[in-house]
Write a protein that binds this ligand. Structure first.
Ligand code: SAH
Ligand code: SF4
Length: 350
């Protein structure tokens, strides 16, 4: 049965939900090895050897939402809040560009201090000042705001749907609606953004079937980028005391996401590296991932953007992160892309 599934993968045939679910339960070392080798082959065939770097700038840890798992949720009164102004963002983007990054990811909690006008002006100035692709990851906004931001020059948008199980989604998100999140992702694609989404692995209440459905949903949505990272328990949230997702399960989800979606950009996530600092990202890059997102947030803010605890690199300046990450990528024999790293699904959007 297992060999049949491997043969299907080798023949570039589509796996069913039951097959994906079964492959997620594999635990024997040799069987996992066979799965991982295939994911690595698919990665090589569809997106090549190059690893794309995206400089991550964490703009603000203010958030109006209360997602149950998240350390910067509104009701966590224990963390000081910060936000960068446009000038500081522009300086940080220039630093990222100077380090050779051809994409910046501007991420934050849902912070309405950044009005549509402020965001448009920020994106416009970034694009005027620097030769970089701009990815936004600032949560849910009205449709016209996304339109304006695209016109201002934003290239990509990143917003995970977190789980494809609507009941689980509802339990985890007291102030978001699953249907709305999915609708936004559809709009973004229609507008011309390269769209990234993804899920957390091992969030309390998630089943193998949920994960299999998540992976099929990535494919159905025709995503340009898929980010999957382990859930990491934050003690200042309602989920305090729950177990973390595991490195092993995350690697299986990365591998199957590559096998099923084929030509997407897939990052080796910081959350995975947090659970396994020694070689988490290298492992992900060897089982299907082709993107890494080094942190360029000013060091004084790093510890405050605490989505989950013990996040790596909170004391490292951007230059150190760059050195560390390029060294890791080179250690596994992969070249670093000098290009924007746009979606493989289209010619560059702009
Ligand atoms: N506010 C925006 C972007 C910031 S949150 C949004 O929610 O889309 C970015 C991602 O961090 C979330 O999509 C979620 O998947 C992840 N995240 C939040 N809390 C986490 C936790 N405790 N463990 C692992 N990942 C977490
Ligand atoms: Fe806010 Fe995003 Fe955290 Fe939800 S996951 S609380 S929207 S920062």
């Amino acid at each position: 049965m297992l060999q049949e599934m491997f043969d299907k993968i080798d023949a570039d045939a589509d796996l069913t939900k039951d097959e994906i679910s079964y492959l997620l339960t594999l635990e024997k070392e040799d069987e996992l090895e066979q799965l991982y080798q295939r994911a690595d082959q698919v990665r090589k065939r569809y997106v090549g050897e190059e690893v794309h770097l995206r400089g991550l700038i964490e703009l603000s840890n203010y958030c109006r939402k209360n997602c149950l798992y998240c350390g910067i949720r509104r009701d966590n009164r224990a963390i000081p809040r910060y936000r960068m102004d446009v000038e500081e963002v522009l300086e940080t983007v220039a630093l990222a560009e100077g380090l050779g990054y051809r994409t910046v990811v501007l991420q934050s909690g849902e912070d309405l201090h950044y009005t549509a006008d402020i965001l448009v002006s920020m994106v416009r100035q970034v694009k005027q000042q620097s030769d970089v692709a701009v990815t936004l990851s600032i949560g849910e906004r009205p449709r016209h705001v996304y339109e304006k931001l695209f016109e201002a020059g934003a290239d990509r948008y990143l917003m995970r749907f977190e789980t494809s199980n609507p009941d689980l989604y509802k339990r985890l998100h007291p102030d978001s609606r699953y249907e709305e999140r999915m609708a936004i992702l559809t709009w973004l694609k229609e507008m011309g953004y390269q769209v990234g989404s993804g899920v957390m692995v091992g969030v309390p209440g998630q089943t193998f079937d949920d994960l299999a459905q998540d992976i099929l949903t990535f494919k159905e949505m025709d995503l340009d980028m898929v980010g999957v990272g382990p859930y990491i328990c934050h003690e200042a949230t309602p989920l305090a005391g729950s177990p973390n997702g595991t490195v092993e399960m995350t690697l299986k989800v990365v591998a199957l996401t590559r096998i099923v979606t084929r030509d997407t950009n897939i990052p080796a996530t910081t959350a995975l590296a947090t659970l396994r600092p020694l070689d988490g990202r290298e492992k992900a890059l060897q089982v299907g991932a082709n993107v890494v997102m080094p942190n360029v947030t000013p060091v004084k803010y790093r510890a405050l953007y605490e989505l989950y605890p013990d996040k790596i690199c909170i004391g490292d300046a951007a230059e150190q992160c760059q050195g560390c990450i390029t060294g890791r990528i080179m250690s596994i024999g992969r070249p670093i892309s000098q290009d924007y790293g746009h979606s493989f699904k289209r010619n560059t959007a702009k």
